[in-house]
Design a protein around this ligand. Structure first.
Ligand SMILES: [Zn+2]
Length: 136
């Protein structure tokens, strides 16, 4: 057989071309199968879901404390929402990371997670950046 890269003749059973070192196994070299996007996705979803649940609890608490006042204080609405929305984005981004669909969405989810749970968000962000090659 002949090397598909350099054209030199090689042994029929050779795995690599003796002249140029190209793989003769046929086709593209297999994609690296790492699990970084899986880890990032799990962190995004777990921590995102946790912040959603804890912020719902905080929202209920704040409304019980301040909801009966004539003018509901701004932070009663703002603070839970400011934590709830990044939590939702993190969960959505985590789903994209698990399915390896959209790296940008996974990245956005990890960044959103930094808002609600800083250390886990940074970990998810680093994992997502390292998992760049795993996405379609
Ligand atoms: Zn060759």
């Amino acid at each position: 057989m002949f090397c598909s890269k350099c054209g030199k003749e090689t042994a029929d059973n050779a795995a690599f071309c003796a002249s140029c070192g190209a793989s003769l196994a046929g086709g593209q070299p297999a994609k690296k199968k790492t699990q970084l996007s899986l880890a990032a996705g799990i962190i995004d979803i777990a921590a995102g879901a946790f912040s959603i649940i804890s912020m719902l609890g905080m929202a209920i608490f704040l409304f019980v404390m301040f909801g009966t006042e004539e003018e509901i204080p701004f932070f009663v609405v703002f603070f839970p929402l400011a934590m709830l929305i990044p939590g939702i984005i993190a969960v959505v981004g985590g789903i994209f990371a698990l399915r390896r669909r959209s790296w940008v969405m996974a990245l956005v989810g990890s960044i959103a997670l930094i808002v609600t749970s800083s250390l886990l968000g940074v970990a998810a962000l680093v994992l997502t950046i390292m998992a760049r090659d795993e996405f379609e």
